[in-house]
Write a protein that binds this ligand. Structure first.
Ligand code: PGA
Length: 253
């Protein structure tokens, strides 16, 4: 049995408040009545409150793109899990490759964030993925295994029920190069096997694994048709209502 698909839009550092609200209004018109798929959008921090208001009564959930692991304190520039809950977030993206590679986030830091999110009742979308160089040197599985193992240190089975994994090959993000459905499926299957080894088969079968990296309306259906691909984490194409809607709809066909 396939899991309920989960499509999330990662708006990254795009859109002002007015454009964020306008986008979410368009999405609501097209997606609010759609059954059989979970949908979330992750606006940038300044737009979270206004988008929350615009989502009132909607089936679309609010997600944050990042968080810090402490509840409060002298952490200039950081945002805490309590603040994300306060503004209405249900999900939080953790360990996106842009945070790993541009902001220097380590596996250890990502694990602290994952545990903190879970402890506060936020559902983490944990991103893993190899660079082009790592893929070319046949290190894909090794890199994924390390990222996955470290992200899940001290995560209980009960908490693990609330996680989503996003496999995002770094070479496919924002480049227009998508992994082929077969390439993605191979890694997704591998991730599920690792989750089974770390927890158990039942849990591994229930955890959703999204694919991310240049997902668009024209390639979503073939990716989502693969056995172990349970959704998508969409960057660029999530900024266009038509594109994102088409991706979401291809998950329920
Ligand atoms: P992209 O980004 O869809 O623009 O490639 C995906 C992501 O980084 O989550």
């Amino acid at each position: 049995m396939k899991r309920k698909p989960f499509i999330a839009g990662n708006w990254k550092m795009h859109l002002n408040i007015a454009d964020s609200v306008a986008l979410v209004r368009q999405l609501r018109e097209k997606l609010d009545d759609l059954k059989g798929v979970d949908v979330a959008v992750a606006p940038s921090f300044p737009a979270l409150g206004p988008v929350r208001d615009a989502l009132y009564g909607s089936s679309i959930s609010l997600a944050a793109q990042n968080m810090f692991y402490e509840e409060q304190g002298a952490y200039t520039g950081e945002v805490s899990p309590l603040q994300l809950l306060d503004v209405g977030c249900r999900y939080v993206i953790i360990g996106h490759s842009e945070r790993r590679n541009i902001l220097g986030e380590t596996n250890e830091l990502i694990n602290l964030k994952v545990r903190s999110a879970l402890a506060h009742g936020l559902m983490p979308i944990i991103c893993v993925g190899e660079t082009l160089g790592q893929r070319e040197r046949n290190l894909t599985f090794m890199v994924i295994d390390d990222q996955l193992r470290d992200a899940l240190v001290k995560v209980s089975r009960e908490d693990a029920e609330k996680i989503t994994i996003a496999y995002e090959p770094v070479w496919a993000i924002g480049t227009g190069k998508t992994a082929t459905p077969q390439q993605a499926q191979e890694v997704h299957k591998h991730i599920r096997e690792k989750l089974e080894a770390r927890f158990d088969a039942q849990l591994a079968r229930s955890i959703r694994i999204q694919y991310g990296g240049s997902v668009k309306a024209s390639n979503a259906a073939e990716l989502l048709a693969m056995e172990d691909i349970d959704g998508a984490l969409v960057g660029g194409a999530s900024l266009k209502a038509e594109e994102f809607t088409a991706i979401v709809k291809s998950a329920v066909k």
